[in-house]
Design a protein around this ligand. Structure first.
Ligand SMILES: [Zn+2]
Length: 469
């Protein structure tokens, strides 16, 4: 289970943003910081540090940051972790909570962030396709007000760049932009191919990261009526994704461009060569169009053939997919029980993303370095956050995981109000504990935190967090 050295090679941050985010510059070496102040808490055990698991002592300071890594000479409270390991907490770049909007009863920011905490996710990027759409300073501020005092983990707010007059204000208040090239749930119409270059050029001036949903609706097959996931894949074929990705390349500098939920390995070489970031979702990595026949397996973009799935998985396990993201979309089960063609697309995932992949590590199918890079380090860097690795100066947001604690996923024991998962019966390993800013928010697999999550923005962004005095 101990990852081999060969696993380290592919974990190259080939898409590090053009300017190094501030937190990396702020992180100082352990020897510079240790000894000046007594750590509040010292954790001793095997931790994922500098690309591998190794025995260390981690000192936390009174501000919830990692003060030192290495031998701690004197300290406060001390915990020995035995056989469990310490991993950095994950960042999920892509969730759809249902607030604000008529579906808020289906899942609130409060409920969704507790699911995130239990799944080892310490920061979520929440997408803008709410009702109303998050596309103005006012709607960003309104969502931020719903986060404060209610969220269990931190939230970065995406905005939809659909109104030209709002863009400068959004660049100072939102955390990132989300662009849709095609219609999807809550998005009636995507950006037309003819207006895409001008929009990307404009966004390139605004510093914020830009995520694109890349499917080309001109290549959808309107005549086909989908009856199952294979039919959905036929209707929204891989070539529609290939075409939409092609349209984005090369991105206008200095645009920080990221492609959401890539479903095949076909475009990976071109994206990497162009310095474009991208993500894969657990369902495209683990499920194919034959994994299930009902609308619980209906997602955009569709689940692909087993051959495509395997190609994506192999690229992911080689470290060639920079980020893992859940595309969490917790539709109520009654909506999913409609006839296939009428059911909404999307599935819940923020609570199960990391546990499913930790189980693949335990099974020997995936190296731990590839997983930590894709789930923790790179997404946090992409959003300019001092998270995602165990390093002095970074926030003390980490997980304690015992790889022996394998469970079978059972929707009845998950926390999403929707009450179902497409991964029923799959093996998973949930973090035993989750620390946020040095404070335990999950203990023995139960949420024990307070709603102290904050709204974050990339540290390289202009302006202040929404609502900051
Ligand atoms: Zn999505």
């Amino acid at each position: 289970m101990e990852p081999g050295r060969k696993d380290l090679r592919p974990v190259v941050a080939f898409f590090t943003p053009p300017t190094l985010p501030a937190p990396m510059a702020r992180a100082r070496p352990a020897e510079e910081r240790s000894g000046r102040q007594t750590p509040e808490l010292v954790l001793a055990g095997r931790a994922f540090v500098r690309g591998r698991l190794q025995p260390v002592e981690i000192g936390l300071d009174s501000e919830g940051r990692i003060q030192s890594i290495g031998k701690v000479r004197a300290g406060g409270a001390r915990r020995d972790l035995g056989d469990a390991v310490i991993l950095p907490a994950a960042t999920d770049l892509h969730v759809h909570f249902r607030e604000p909007g008529g579906a808020a009863a289906a899942e609130s920011i409060a409920a969704g962030t507790v699911e995130a905490a239990l799944g080892g996710v310490t920061l979520v990027g929440d997408m803008p396709n709410n009702e109303p759409s998050v596309d103005s300073v006012e709607t960003v501020e309104a969502k931020a007000a719903r986060v404060r005092g209610r969220a269990a983990v931190d939230v970065l707010i995406y905005a939809a760049p659909t109104r030209a007059a709002a863009l400068d204000g959004l660049a100072r208040t939102a955390g990132a932009f989300k662009v849709y090239e095609s219609p999807t749930t809550g998005i009636g119409e995507g950006v037309s191919p003819s207006s895409l270059p001008a929009l990307l050029g404009r966004l390139a001036e605004l510093d914020l990261p830009v995520t694109v949903h890349a499917e080309d609706p001109e290549l959808f097959v309107p005549s086909s009526v989908p009856r199952d996931p294979a039919g959905w894949n036929a209707k929204r074929p891989v070539r529609a994704e290939d075409s939409a990705v092609e349209r984005l390349l090369p991105p206008p500098p200095p645009l920080r461009l990221h492609v959401a939920h890539l479903t095949t390995a076909r475009s990976i070489g071109r994206l990497r060569a162009a310095g474009v970031s991208f993500e894969a979702s657990p369902h495209h990595l683990l499920l194919s169009e034959r994994s299930g026949s009902d609308a619980r397996f209906k997602v955009n973009p569709p689940l692909r053939s087993e051959e495509d799935r395997r190609g994506l998985w192999e690229a992911f396990s080689r470290g060639e997919v920079p980020c893992l993201a859940s595309d969490h979309a917790p539709h109520p089960i009654d909506a999913k029980e409609r006839p296939f063609e009428k059911a909404p697309s999307g599935m819940p995932g923020v609570e199960t993303m990391l546990p499913l992949l930790l189980a693949r590590v335990r099974a020997g199918a995936l190296g731990l370095p590839a997983l930590v890079a894709a789930a923790c380090d790179r997404p946090a860097r992409w959003l300019g956050q001092p998270l995602g690795r165990l390093a002095p100066g970074h926030r003390a947001n980490f997980l304690i995981v015992d790889f022996r604690e394998r469970v079978r996923l059972d929707a009845a024991r998950l926390h999403a109000p929707c009450g179902w998962t497409a991964f029923e019966g799959w093996e998973a390993i949930f973090p035993r504990e989750h620390y946020r800013d040095g404070v335990r928010i999950v203990d023995a697999g139960e949420y024990v935190g307070r709603p102290s999550g904050i709204v974050v923005r990339p540290e390289y962004a202009r302006g202040a967090p929404p609502g900051a005095a």
